[in-house]
Design a protein around this ligand. Structure first.
Ligand code: AMP
Ligand code: MG
Length: 423
């Protein structure tokens, strides 16, 4: 009998389809709490003009350099008058010569018993405290006739009613939006101190990977993670650095990590993160002594190899594109925010009725590729973590809790649009 025939495959264990009870699977919230506690900003600051500040993270509290509006102005096209001149019922007021237009204010004070033509955005002349809408008067060009009473101050905007000079407009850690640019510009801010963009290197690992656009052997697959991860980083507002594909071989991979650590603030790798023969990422990080293999109670995902390489934090993502994307959204994105100066950010979920049913066991959090249609969350037809088409089909993720859940059509579930993560 050959030696081989003596080998008997081990019997299936009773619990072969359940989560191992003897190992501790770290709950997602515990993993996030650890990241929140341990990560801090690791980039410097720079000053950028307002026009180049979109998406950047503000590095100090920004205060208004002047009030908005700087002076009282009119909210409508109409006539400015003194409230004390107005009586109840019909009346007439003579018009003074001249007018107040936006950018061309009326000089001098309105004499009592008079009205002055005023246009939207124009400075309210001295003496005027109330503006009547032009639709509410009749005029021959020398006087206006209208009906009192009017509310004092109506149709005027007070100086600083929007923002007071010196008031906080953008808090440190805020990611600048187009509306923030309007607010900063309106209050006289023309440049912002921002954090330098966090540089995030992306390395794909796996001997089976071929470069998109190049010849691939029949047994090879195209590297799908790299273009996705680089694009996600760019959309998050960080600086992606493409490090290419590393081989499933320790010395080779080492060189990639050295290079990445030399040019980035954080390294994202995909593949080789588990504890198998070809899982060189975890093996290498293990050698540094800084590695923690995070056995996460999450589907898809599970093993995440976290460690430091030459002083640079490394997130070793699983190779499956679905798991790689979910782990990036759930773990790497908050880490990038923390390292990049935006502080700890939590995505905001919508609570919506499910358009699917599913019975989920206790013990891990699950993320399903999903999208909203008619106010309900639909999920992709397959949960297979190699199904890249589902990632592209989806517009967000449904999160099912760590506990068991029996989802019926119409049950309330948590839905995170991709935009909740900054995508
Ligand atoms: P690994 O985590 O290295 O064991 O890989 C898990 C699965 O993901 C395998 O089927 C790999 O072929 C696949 N995979 C790993 N990296 C990539 C990648 N960059 N693009 C597409 N699939 C990948
Ligand atoms: Mg691999």
């Amino acid at each position: 009998m050959s030696k081989q025939n003596e080998l008997v495959p081990p019997p299936l264990k009773n619990d072969c389809f359940s989560l191992p009870a003897d190992t501790h699977w770290t709950p997602v919230s515990e993993a996030l709490a650890l990241l929140k506690e341990r990560l801090h900003v690791c980039v410097g600051t720079e000053t950028v003009p307002l026009f180049a500040a979109l998406g950047r993270v503000v590095a100090e509290d920004v205060v208004a350099q002047r009030s908005n509006p700087p002076q009282p102005n009119s909210a409508v096209d109409g006539y400015g008058l003194r409230h004390s001149d107005i009586i109840e019922g019909p009346q007439m007021l003579p018009l003074v010569a001249g007018r107040s237009a936006a950018g061309d204010p009326f000089e001098g004070e309105l004499p009592s018993g008079h009205a002055v033509r005023i246009l939207t955005g124009a400075t309210v002349p001295e003496g005027v405290d109330t503006v009547i809408l032009q639709e509410d008067v009749t005029t021959d060009g020398t006087a206006i006739a209208f009906r009192g009473p009017l509310k004092k101050g109506s149709n005027t905007r007070k100086a600083g009613e929007d923002v007071e000079g010196g008031g906080l407009i953008l808090a440190k850690g805020r990611r600048v939006t187009p509306a923030d640019l309007a607010l900063a510009a309106a209050t006289g801010v023309s440049q912002l101190l921002v954090f330098k963009r966090l540089r995030v290197a992306v390395v794909s690992t796996g001997d089976e990977l071929a470069e998109p656009g190049q010849e691939a052997r029949a047994d090879q697959i195209f590297d799908a993670n790299r273009p996705m991860l680089l694009a996600m980083i760019a959309k998050f507002g960080f600086e992606p650095i493409d490090m290419g594909r590393a081989p499933d071989e320790r010395e080779g991979l080492k060189k990639f990590l050295d290079k990445a650590a030399g040019s980035a603030d954080m390294i994202l790798t995909s593949g080789g993160a588990s504890a198998g023969d070809e899982d060189h990422m975890s093996a290498l990080l293990n050698e540094t002594g800084s590695m923690t293999l995070w056995r996460l109670a999450i589907k898809p995902g599970r093993p995440l190899a976290l460690g430091m390489w030459a002083g640079t934090p490394v997130f070793g993502l699983p190779g499956n594109p679905v798991a790689a994307k979910v782990c990036t959204l759930i773990f790497a994105k908050p880490a990038m925010d923390a390292l990049g100066g935006a502080g700890w950010q939590e995505p905001v979920a919508l609570r919506v009725p499910a358009a699917f049913s599913k019975s989920k066991k206790a013990g891990r959090r699950e993320y399903l590729r999903a999208r909203l249609r008619h106010g309900r969350a639909e999920v992709f037809k397959s949960e297979g973590s190699g199904r890249i088409s589902g990632l592209s089909w989806a517009e967000g993720l449904v999160e099912l809790p760590d506990e068991a859940m029996d989802v019926q059509e119409g049950s309330q579930v948590l839905y995170y649009p991709y935009s909740a993560f900054g995508l």
